[in-house]
Structure formats: structure tokens, C-alpha cells
Design a protein around this ligand. Structure first.
Ligand code: GDP
Length: 161
């Protein structure tokens, strides 16, 4: 068996877009309607990515992240606008234009309240050199694993370069 690797992932985005809920769904498989962020700010979960055991250390702050989930809510255009600034900060801090990241449009279960057309998010993704874009619902646990696996895969690839 290949050795276990440990990766640091950071979940970023405007307040209220669902960062804590997504993380809780991924790590603990629970939907927490109202999350108290003071309880804990770091989580660990082991997953298998392409036959490789990976331990993900997930943080809600930048610290020593190797991969970043940039989360907005599809119901909030301003939350999408905040991501560009966050990406610039990450690139500055990591001193790396090609830092592994995934753009996440959360709250996909609220389609009737959509304020961000899919095409706009894809436009941003293209501007950022085809950064992967996923729409998730922490509430329905839709695409939750997929975003973490995609990010983990990017980190692994970079690790192997
Ligand atoms: P954070 O500030 O980004 O960590 O946001 P939270 O995870 O605390 O979520 C903020 C609010 O959005 C809470 O009231 C959650 O119940 C709600 N929320 C989070 N994810 C979803 C989702 O996928 N769908 C819906 N409908 N609500 C969500």
C-alpha cells in the first residue's frame, strides 16, 4: 500500500455562504442547521483518492493551507465578488499563481433564489485558468465529497511535480 499523505485544505468565502455546513457534512456526515464556529476550527478526515489514502486537515483560516476551497452562495452575488480578493490574498501569501483551488457555489438546493447564473461562475473559472467549478448543497449533501476529492487530487499532482 502506498504511504498515507496528509494535506492541508482551507475553506474560504464570505460569512454565511455555508463553509461550516459543508465542512461538517464532509467530515461528520451531518447537516447542522446553525453551526457554532467557535466549537472547533480544524477537522481531520481520511479519504481515498485514486487508490491513495489521504488525510485531510481542514481549516477555516488561511494558515498553512496547500489547497483552497473558495466558497460562495449561489443566492448571493456579492459572495461571488468577494472570491477574487480572497484568491489574490492566497496567491500573495503562498507566492504561487497555480495554487490548488476549487470554486464552490453552495446552496444549490435554493435554485429558486439563485442570484448567480452558472455562466457567471464559469466565466470566473475561465479567468482563473479553468479552476474547477462545482455547485454544492451542504443541506442535501450534493457534490460535497467531489469538491474535496478534486482539491486533494490537485494537491497530489502538485506534490508529484
Ligand atoms: P459560514 O459562515 O460560511 O460558515 O456559513 P454556515 O455554514 O454557518 O451557514 C450559514 C447559513 O447558511 C446557515 O443558516 C446554514 O443553515 C445555511 N446553509 C449552509 N449551507 C446550506 C445549503 O447548502 N443549503 C441551504 N439551503 N442552506 C445552507
Amino acid at each position: 500500500m502506498r504511504p498515507q499523505r496528509e494535506y492541508h485544505i482551507v475553506v474560504l468565502g464570505a460569512g454565511g455562504v455555508g463553509k461550516s455546513c459543508l465542512t461538517a457534512q464532509f467530515v461528520q456526515n451531518v447537516w447542522i442547521e446553525s453551526y457554532d464556529p467557535t466549537i472547533e476550527d480544524s477537522y481531520r478526515k481520511q479519504i481515498e483518492v485514486d487508490g491513495r489514502q489521504c488525510i485531510l486537515e481542514i481549516e477555516l483560516y488561511m494558515k498553512q493551507g496547500q489547497g483552497f476551497l473558495l466558497v460562495f452562495s449561489i443566492t448571493s452575488a456579492s459572495s461571488l465578488n468577494e472570491l477574487s480578493e480572497l484568491r489574490e490574498q492566497i496567491i500573495r501569501i503562498k507566492d504561487d499563481e497555480k495554487v490548488p483551488l476549487v470554486i464552490v457555489g453552495n446552496k444549490s438546493d435554493l435554485e429558486e433564489d439563485r442570484a448567480v447564473p452558472r455562466a457567471r461562475a464559469f466565466g470566473l473559472s475561465q479567468n482563473w485558468g479553468n479552476a474547477p467549478y462545482y455547485e454544492t448543497s451542504a443541506r442535501r449533501r450534493a457534490n460535497v465529497n467531489e469538491v474535496f476529492v478534486d482539491l486533494c487530487r490537485q494537491i497530489i499532482r502538485k506534490d508529484l511535480e
